[in-house]
Write a protein of this length. Structure first.
Length: 135
Protein backbone atom coordinates (compact mmCIF):
# COMPACT_ATOMS: atom_id res chain seq x y z
CA UNK A 1 0.00 0.00 0.00
CA UNK A 2 1.13 3.54 -0.67
CA UNK A 3 2.68 5.30 2.36
CA UNK A 4 0.87 8.57 1.58
CA UNK A 5 -2.48 6.76 1.58
CA UNK A 6 -1.75 5.17 4.97
CA UNK A 7 -0.80 8.56 6.44
CA UNK A 8 -3.95 10.09 4.96
CA UNK A 9 -6.18 7.38 6.47
CA UNK A 10 -4.49 7.69 9.87
CA UNK A 11 -4.95 11.47 9.71
CA UNK A 12 -8.68 11.07 9.02
CA UNK A 13 -9.02 8.58 11.90
CA UNK A 14 -7.13 10.90 14.26
CA UNK A 15 -9.21 13.97 13.30
CA UNK A 16 -12.44 11.99 13.75
CA UNK A 17 -11.25 10.87 17.19
CA UNK A 18 -10.29 14.45 18.10
CA UNK A 19 -13.67 15.86 17.04
CA UNK A 20 -15.50 13.19 19.05
CA UNK A 21 -13.42 13.98 22.14
CA UNK A 22 -14.13 17.70 21.85
CA UNK A 23 -17.86 17.06 21.46
CA UNK A 24 -17.85 14.67 24.42
CA UNK A 25 -16.29 17.31 26.67
CA UNK A 26 -19.46 19.42 26.31
CA UNK A 27 -21.61 16.42 27.26
CA UNK A 28 -22.83 16.78 30.83
CA UNK A 29 -22.73 13.02 31.40
CA UNK A 30 -19.18 12.59 30.06
CA UNK A 31 -16.88 10.85 32.55
CA UNK A 32 -14.45 13.78 32.56
CA UNK A 33 -13.64 15.84 35.65
CA UNK A 34 -16.00 18.77 36.28
CA UNK A 35 -17.02 21.22 38.97
CA UNK A 36 -20.30 23.08 39.51
CA UNK A 37 -20.88 26.13 41.69
CA UNK A 38 -23.88 28.37 42.19
CA UNK A 39 -24.40 31.72 43.90
CA UNK A 40 -27.41 33.98 44.29
CA UNK A 41 -27.03 37.75 44.01
CA UNK A 42 -29.53 40.51 44.72
CA UNK A 43 -29.10 42.05 41.30
CA UNK A 44 -30.88 41.62 37.97
CA UNK A 45 -29.27 39.48 35.26
CA UNK A 46 -28.96 42.34 32.76
CA UNK A 47 -26.86 44.21 35.35
CA UNK A 48 -24.89 41.07 36.13
CA UNK A 49 -23.70 40.49 32.54
CA UNK A 50 -21.23 43.40 32.56
CA UNK A 51 -19.69 42.24 35.82
CA UNK A 52 -19.44 38.68 34.47
CA UNK A 53 -17.66 39.84 31.32
CA UNK A 54 -15.13 41.80 33.40
CA UNK A 55 -14.66 38.85 35.76
CA UNK A 56 -13.99 36.49 32.83
CA UNK A 57 -11.43 38.89 31.43
CA UNK A 58 -9.72 39.40 34.80
CA UNK A 59 -9.64 35.63 35.42
CA UNK A 60 -7.99 35.29 31.98
CA UNK A 61 -10.75 33.12 30.49
CA UNK A 62 -11.31 33.47 26.77
CA UNK A 63 -14.90 34.33 25.85
CA UNK A 64 -16.30 31.95 23.21
CA UNK A 65 -20.03 32.54 22.98
CA UNK A 66 -22.92 34.45 24.50
CA UNK A 67 -26.46 33.24 23.86
CA UNK A 68 -28.88 35.61 22.15
CA UNK A 69 -30.73 36.35 25.36
CA UNK A 70 -27.47 36.55 27.35
CA UNK A 71 -28.57 33.80 29.70
CA UNK A 72 -25.65 31.52 28.84
CA UNK A 73 -22.01 32.50 28.49
CA UNK A 74 -19.32 30.07 27.32
CA UNK A 75 -15.59 30.58 27.84
CA UNK A 76 -12.38 28.55 27.82
CA UNK A 77 -9.46 28.60 30.23
CA UNK A 78 -5.87 28.48 29.07
CA UNK A 79 -3.97 25.24 28.99
CA UNK A 80 -1.45 24.79 31.79
CA UNK A 81 0.88 22.12 33.12
CA UNK A 82 -2.06 20.81 35.19
CA UNK A 83 -4.65 20.58 32.40
CA UNK A 84 -5.29 20.78 28.67
CA UNK A 85 -7.89 23.49 29.25
CA UNK A 86 -11.41 23.70 30.62
CA UNK A 87 -14.73 24.61 29.07
CA UNK A 88 -16.59 27.07 31.26
CA UNK A 89 -20.34 27.62 31.08
CA UNK A 90 -22.11 30.33 33.06
CA UNK A 91 -25.89 30.36 33.20
CA UNK A 92 -27.96 33.21 34.58
CA UNK A 93 -31.35 32.53 36.11
CA UNK A 94 -33.39 35.66 36.77
CA UNK A 95 -35.95 35.56 39.60
CA UNK A 96 -37.72 38.84 40.43
CA UNK A 97 -34.99 40.84 42.22
CA UNK A 98 -32.41 38.04 42.33
CA UNK A 99 -30.03 36.51 39.84
CA UNK A 100 -28.60 33.02 40.24
CA UNK A 101 -25.18 32.51 38.63
CA UNK A 102 -24.47 28.85 37.81
CA UNK A 103 -20.82 28.17 37.01
CA UNK A 104 -19.62 24.93 35.43
CA UNK A 105 -16.01 24.06 34.58
CA UNK A 106 -15.35 20.86 32.61
CA UNK A 107 -11.98 19.50 31.51
CA UNK A 108 -11.55 19.80 27.73
CA UNK A 109 -10.12 16.30 27.46
CA UNK A 110 -12.94 13.85 28.16
CA UNK A 111 -10.42 11.24 29.25
CA UNK A 112 -9.10 13.50 32.02
CA UNK A 113 -10.69 11.94 35.09
CA UNK A 114 -8.64 13.90 37.68
CA UNK A 115 -8.41 17.67 37.43
CA UNK A 116 -6.07 18.20 40.40
CA UNK A 117 -8.39 20.94 41.67
CA UNK A 118 -8.22 23.05 38.50
CA UNK A 119 -11.99 23.19 37.90
CA UNK A 120 -12.65 24.23 41.50
CA UNK A 121 -9.89 26.84 41.25
CA UNK A 122 -11.54 28.22 38.10
CA UNK A 123 -14.82 28.65 40.01
CA UNK A 124 -13.14 30.28 43.01
CA UNK A 125 -11.16 32.67 40.78
CA UNK A 126 -14.24 33.58 38.77
CA UNK A 127 -16.47 34.27 41.80
CA UNK A 128 -13.69 36.21 43.54
CA UNK A 129 -13.35 38.47 40.47
CA UNK A 130 -17.14 38.71 40.08
CA UNK A 131 -17.61 39.75 43.72
CA UNK A 132 -14.92 42.42 43.41
CA UNK A 133 -16.62 43.81 40.28
CA UNK A 134 -19.96 44.05 42.07
CA UNK A 135 -18.59 46.04 45.04
Amino acid sequence: MNTALIIYILGIVFLTYLVRMIRASFNASAPTAKYNAERVYRIRSYQMRKAIMRALEEAKFELCNVSRDGGEIVAVSNASFRSWSEHITIRLVDKSEECTVRFRSVCAMPTQVFDWGKNRKNALDFFRKLDSNLD
